[in-house]
Design a binder for this molecule. Structure first.
Ligand SMILES: [Mg+2]
Length: 370
């Protein structure tokens, strides 16, 4: 998994820990173009004119009253996401380019969680008055980079001015074969529970940036201390969707019985699967995958590491179940970890701690114990 991660890093990481470039950029003499100088139509044209259509299912993209898509023998999957400044992101430390990238990727992740392939997005923005054309160029640069990497077409959207901050609404359309779609409600007793990647890093990245923001508090020459914590920042600012896992499972002929992406935390997502499938589960604390940087940071913050991994959220890893009989086959899949198994609903949803104690999983986690 690490090797894979480093490879991806070399290939596509072009962002740098920018942190605290602080919006609006105070000390640059970058030419700033007012959005009003282009007008709404001019702005859309300016931001979308370089887009080239990649998918056969996109018959018509930006430029008419509606996009035209064709899904022939496939099912169409649709997911949408709303992100509001001050609620979902803080522009003090989130660069617009990263925000554009992440806004797209979190939608792709939902399509992969259905065992589908994302193909098109529409992007609607509420733009705050303090934004310049250059700011939107940055946002679109991140957005289009994600589209390029994941093979998705940007086919439409809308823009309006906003009085309350930056608002982003993205809808993603994807495709899947009817008999290959994986829902949340088909986990069976004795199925094995797997999770991809590692958990809790994005949450610790957020804690780290919040801490530095508090320390910074308006100082002019502040350099935040992020050395040795790059992975945490990257997981928070520039997450990836697990396209690779969906492909690996498919190539090995493995169809999960249920699947979900981890946006709200392992505990909450596992409960979604159990509730909707009418089953219980048992997972093992010692099996939850956690990166070294996450563990170190949690210790510095005096936080319970397991709580962080269970409830942190924004990992965008895949959580899925497979029949017990596929156990050996699953061992050939890299980057996933067996964390437990599904049981009867009457047995409850439990975490087995390192000392053997059984702790009931709740959507809020078990903070009371930390
Ligand atoms: Mg989801």
């Amino acid at each position: 998994m690490k090797g894979e991660r480093d490879k991806v890093k070399e290939d596509i990481i072009i962002f740098h820990p920018l942190p605290f470039t602080l919006y609006p950029l105070p000390f640059t003499c970058k030419l700033v173009m007012e959005i009003s100088s282009l007008g709404e139509f001019g702005l859309i044209k300016h931001l979308t004119e370089k887009i080239e259509i990649k998918n056969g299912s996109t018959l018509k993209g930006v430029g008419d009253d509606a996009a035209v898509l064709s899904y022939k023998d496939k099912e169409a999957l649709v997911t949408t996401d709303l992100l509001l400044e001050g609620i979902h992101f803080d522009l003090t430390y989130v660069p617009l380019k990263h925000l554009g990238y992440k806004s797209a990727v979190v939608n792709f992740s939902d399509i992969y969680a259905m065992n589908g392939q994302p193909k098109q997005i529409t992007v609607s923005l509420g733009i705050s008055k303090r934004f310049s054309v250059e700011d939107l160029e940055d946002f679109y640069e991140g957005l289009l980079l994600a589209c390029q990497i994941y093979g998705v077409d940007l086919v439409g959207g809308d823009t309006s001015s906003s009085l309350t901050g930056f608002c982003i609404s993205i809808t993603c359309i994807g495709e899947a074969n009817k008999d290959r779609i994986v829902y949340r409600n088909k986990a069976q007793n004795t199925d094995l529970i797997f999770v991809s990647g590692d958990l809790g890093a994005a949450y610790m990245g957020l804690q780290l940036m919040e801490r530095e923001k508090a320390v910074f508090a308006g100082e002019k020459d502040f350099t935040p201390d992020f050395a040795g914590k790059e992975y945490l920042l990257e997981r928070q600012l520039k997450p990836e969707a697990r396209k690779d896992i969906v492909h690996a499972l498919d190539e090995n002929g493995i169809l999960p019985t249920s699947m979900i992406d981890i946006s709200d935390g392992l505990s909450s997502e596992l409960l979604h699967i159990c509730t909707q499938s009418g089953v219980g589960c048992q997972i093992y604390e010692e099996r939850i995958p956690i990166d070294y940087q996450t563990a170190l940071m949690a210790e510095q913050f005096n936080m319970n590491l397991t709580t962080v991994a269970l409830n942190g959220g924004e990992d965008y890893e895949l959580l899925f179940t497979v029949p017990l009989g596929l156990h050996e086959k699953m061992e050939t899949i890299e980057g996933v970890k067996l964390i437990g198994h599904i049981c009867e609903a009457s047995e409850g949803t439990r975490l087995i701690a390192r000392d053997g104690t059984e702790i009931p999983l709740t959507a809020q986690g078990w903070n009371a114990l930390s």
